[in-house]
Design a protein around this ligand. Structure first.
Ligand code: SIN
Length: 305
């Protein structure tokens, strides 16, 4: 265990997540405490702060401690706060899908997907509504050497078309508390390496998810499906996960580059409301590939030497 002097860090499971105490996020955080928070974030990838009675400006200040704001493409942001999404499901929305209710990494279809997501809880059901997280470093590290070597050389096509495309049925046509923006743009495709390096830790993480990763580059969806299904099931095995039980004023930050998450939809008849910001990230790369931003070379490029 690391020796922290400015914060207290208690791991949630042996594989992922930590609760952090001893810091008040409604106040300016000292550089020394911030360095330790960054350290804990690198080590645990999901960090949880309890009893933080933060307003919009506090959450924005906290977000900016880690980088620029990310861009929110397909969900209407708060009218006076274009950096904040209100993640909300009303008690009256019983039996309906929830936002984020499947394993995913936020906006992985972007050219430079967000480094981190920050959620602050405003209204929490008396039971249910937890968020589960899966460790994608561990997902990669627990594969065989042969599988890892193969994945190191593959790229994956990501797209937002399933949840946000013109035919998408995420929220259907019903009136919902959140406004989803379905669009033609969501059909665009973005290619990322199947395995990425997280710059601060130097570790390799599997970078796929069942919502946005639709196929391997240069393969059909049908050809890709068996391996993607295997990897998605492997990556979210219970021993590679942790689960956060929310309370009002809990703040959670997770690293989208090495973590997937899944919002549980088990609180019918109750309201759940959180405020979400994202921290901009870098274009995914695999360090050992070098050159072209860490992308695998196409067969034609490889043949050309
Ligand atoms: C999300 O996917 O960002 C939402 C997670 C949650 O509501 O727990």
């Amino acid at each position: 265990m690391r020796d922290y002097k400015h914060i207290e860090v208690t791991p949630i499971t042996g594989i992922l997540g930590a609760e952090i105490a001893g810091v008040d996020l409604t106040q300016t955080v000292s550089d020394a405490a911030l360095m330790e928070i960054e350290q804990a974030f690198g080590d645990h990838a999901v960090i949880v702060f309890r009893d933080q009675a933060m307003g919009f400006e506090d959450q924005k200040r906290f977000t900016r401690m880690f980088g620029e704001f990310g861009f929110e493409p397909y969900v209407k942001t708060m009218p006076d706060h274009p950096e904040i999404i209100e993640v909300i499901k009303e008690a009256s929305e019983s039996g309906m899908l929830n936002f984020g209710g499947n394993w995913h990494s936020d906006w992985s279809f972007q050219e430079a997907p967000p480094r981190a997501t920050i959620l602050h809880a405003k209204d929490i059901p008396p039971y249910g509504g937890d968020t589960a997280f899966a460790n994608m470093y561990a997902a990669y590290e627990t594969l065989s050497q042969g599988m890892r070597d193969m994945l190191d050389g593959l790229n994956v096509v990501h797209s937002a078309r399933r949840p946000y495309g013109t035919e998408a049925k995420l929220f259907g046509r019903e009136k919902r508390a959140m406004t989803i923006i379905n669009s033609e743009e969501a059909h665009a495709e973005q290619v990322h390496p199947a395995v990425r390096t997280v710059p601060e830790t130097g570790r390799k993480a599997l970078f796929i998810n069942p919502v946005y990763a639709i196929r391997f580059e240069n393969m059909t969806e049908r050809e890709s499906r068996p391996l993607l299904d295997f990897l998605n099931t492997h990556a979210t095995r219970i021993e590679l996960t942790c689960r956060v039980r929310w309370q009002v004023n809990t703040l959670v930050m997770w690293d989208n580059r090495c973590v997937q998450h899944n919002a549980m939809n088990d609180y019918d008849g109750f309201r759940r409301q959180l405020h979400r910001t994202t921290v901009a990230g870098e274009r995914p790369y695999l360090a050992e590939r070098g050159g072209n931003g860490g992308m695998a070379r196409s067969p034609a490029e490889a043949a050309a030497g």
